[in-house]
Design a protein. Structure first.
Lengths: 355, 257
């Protein structure tokens, strides 16, 4: 019953999916103890942030049927909001909350304005507007280099509690130091979990069902008395706010905000791919998709190196598996997954059960 | 049972598509407890007239008044919320939502719950019960958990009617509710409309091609022809007037009369 309320009655509806989700959540929850090493923990934190980022995008694309290219802009606003404030004010909690507030207000205002101006018109026009605004924003961030640090971005100090040098207790637990890095990780993990559950609640609320109705047939939704522009704009704002929070978490984790990690078009593409691979309009797709994608992005190269070394005697195969070809194989994985799972991994798993 | 204001009235209502005037200067009033059939040959502007009243199309000139208040500037959603309910001629549903969810969307709109972000959709038992009630009325309750796209054409038409009922409007606008239905499905819908009419306080507008349906239900007939209102009045009178005979016969659609 409590699980029902926590998951908003939206269960995985597939045993394999439920097990996969449990495994992912357990692995992320215990990551600092299971996978020692800075790199592994960084991958785990990135997965947490991307789950939220992708889930908030799915609210737009999968549930409301809005194609937006401005999602990384809101993500970037969150990261820069924290980064620039901490950089100029200093590493205090006050600065964190100030940066967060500024970022949230800016995102909300931009989402509202973009929404009201362009969500009444055709979907393709909205996509173009967001692309233009996001590009302008990225250029602005790199041009105002005195303020933003330009292409280099800004590194900054964080409050003492979150610094790697900080020790909560001197003793180690299961061989892991209870330091600021660990605390930051759990801040990221629990914030991500809470935001995900919040989004799950929203898509299963009366409001969420109106969004789905708008995706299905906006003309009819309007005729039933739902002002679609209001609903679309609200979904847009909500999605932007959550993306901003994801960006803020990422900045706190990296202690860095820069164009490559937040504003770049590559990240926008990654988000789109994860939504499609995971399964549009399912939210759980964001969890499975983000975990697979970030893991592949980080470990495919190493895996291929091992394969290539093992097959050094077979000339063609060794060459094909050369670590430099990892992007090729990542591409092949996408094409195959879209071909075999047009409804995404989650959609496929749910259909397996039905047939 | 005339009230001071008609429920809904159009004054000089006109819409132009380029050079074509689809609805031309139509003035009419609709009062509660009356079922008005709007008839006319294909392309006469009946559905366009409906679209102007329910707000799917903006008028080029003229006005629409609801209880005397000018609502010409309002969009479709706002007009629906003020009590103008509309069923569509071409079936217009949420194909991937279930039959029950389709009706619940209407119940929820009526209850003003759409902006509720944090409660659970599945907890709103009252909207489920209400939606099921209206599905019973159109004999679709057994299919409530199927997706709307799985329904036959006739059942989709019935679902369309259930959605309109669930909006609980003051003004019911039916656009050929029985079009494409099989013979044995038609009575269910006609019975519903008759029942609604007998409640006495509803304003019902009906676009209909089948003249036997019009004769059996209508208290009043409005005839549109080439966008003009050419006749308006008591059914027997209107059907026999020379101008109507000519409008229909002139278009070569005598089988409708």
């Amino acid at each position: 019953m409590m699980l029902h309320r926590l998951l908003s009655g939206d269960f995985p509806r597939s045993r394999i999916l439920a097990l996969a989700l449990l495994a992912i959540v357990a692995a992320l929850a215990l990551a600092p103890f299971l996978f020692p090493g800075a790199r592994a923990l960084n991958v785990a934190a990135t997965i947490c942030v991307f789950v939220v980022l992708v889930a908030s995008y799915d609210l737009l694309l999968g549930y409301t049927g809005i194609v937006s290219f401005a999602h990384t802009m809101f993500y970037g606003i969150g990261a820069y909001g924290i980064g620039l404030t901490l950089h100029s004010v200093g590493p205090t909690w006050g600065a964190v909350f100030m940066g967060l507030t500024i970022a949230l207000l800016l995102s909300l205002a931009l989402a509202l304005v973009i929404g009201l101006f362009s969500l009444r018109v055709k979907a393709i026009f909205y996509a173009m507007i967001t692309l233009a605004v996001a590009s302008a924003f990225a250029v602005l961030a790199s041009q105002l280099s005195d303020f933003t640090g330009g292409e280099d971005g800004r590194t900054f100090g964080v409050p003492e509690l979150l610094r790697p040098g900080f020790r909560l207790v001197e003793a180690e637990v299961f061989g892991t130091a209870i330091n600021g890095k660990l605390i930051t990780y759990y801040l990221v993990f629990f914030s991500a979990l809470a935001l995900f559950l919040l989004l799950l609640r929203v898509v299963n609320s009366p409001f969420g069902r109106v969004l789905q109705a708008i995706r299905e047939n906006d003309f009819r939704a309007e005729a039933l008395g739902y002002r679609t522009v209001v609903y679309r704009t609200l979904a847009n704002c909500l999605s932007a706010v959550v993306a901003t929070l994801a960006g803020a978490l990422m900045a706190l984790w990296l202690r860095y905000a820069g164009p490559q990690t937040t504003l770049s078009f590559t990240i926008m593409m990654d988000i789109l791919l994860i939504v499609v691979i995971g399964g549009m309009g399912t939210l759980y797709g964001a969890v499975v998709g983000a975990a697979l994608f970030i893991l592949a992005q980080n470990y495919l190269q190493a895996l291929m190196k091992q394969g290539s070394d093992a097959l050094v005697a077979v000339p063609l195969l060794a060459n094909l598996l050369h670590p430099d070809r990892w992007l090729l194989w990542l591409g092949v994985l996408f094409v195959l997954s879209v071909y075999f799972f047009p409804t995404g991994i989650v959609g496929k798993l749910r259909n397996l059960k039905r047939s | 049972m005339n009230t001071e204001h008609p429920v809904i009235a159009t004054e000089g209502l006109t819409i132009r598509f380029g050079g074509h005037v689809a609805v031309n200067n139509v003035t009419a009033e609709f009062r509660p407890g009356t079922l008005t059939a709007i008839v006319g040959p294909n392309g006469a502007g009946k559905t366009t007239y409906f679209n102007l009243i329910s707000g799917q199309l903006p008028a080029t000139s003229g006005s629409v008044r609801l209880y005397g208040e000018d609502i010409t500037h309002l969009g479709a959603a706002q007009r629906t919320r003020r009590g103008i309910g509309r069923a569509f001629q071409l079936t217009n549903l949420f194909p991937n939502l279930t039959v029950l969810e389709n009706v619940r969307m209407a119940v929820q709109s009526r209850a003003g719950l759409g902006l509720n972000l944090l409660s659970l959709w599945s907890d709103h038992v009252e909207t489920i019960e209400k939606a099921e009630h209206y599905l019973h009325r159109v004999a679709l309750a057994e299919r409530r958990h199927e997706s709307a796209s799985a329904l036959s054409h006739g059942d989709k038409r019935k679902l369309e009617v259930a959605i309109l009922l669930a909006l609980e409007p003051d003004i019911f606008m039916f656009d050929e509710p029985t079009a494409g239905m099989s013979v044995d499905e038609v009575p269910v819908v006609l019975e519903l409309i008759r029942h609604m009419k007998e409640q006495g306080d509803k304003t019902i507008l009906l676009v209909e091609h089948k003249m036997d349906v019009v004769r059996s239900l209508a208290d009043r007939i409005v005839v549109l022809h080439n966008g003009y209102l050419v006749a308006d009045g008591d059914p027997a009178e209107v059907m026999n007037s020379p101008i109507v005979q000519e409008a229909y016969l002139g278009m070569g659609v005598a089988e409708h009369v």
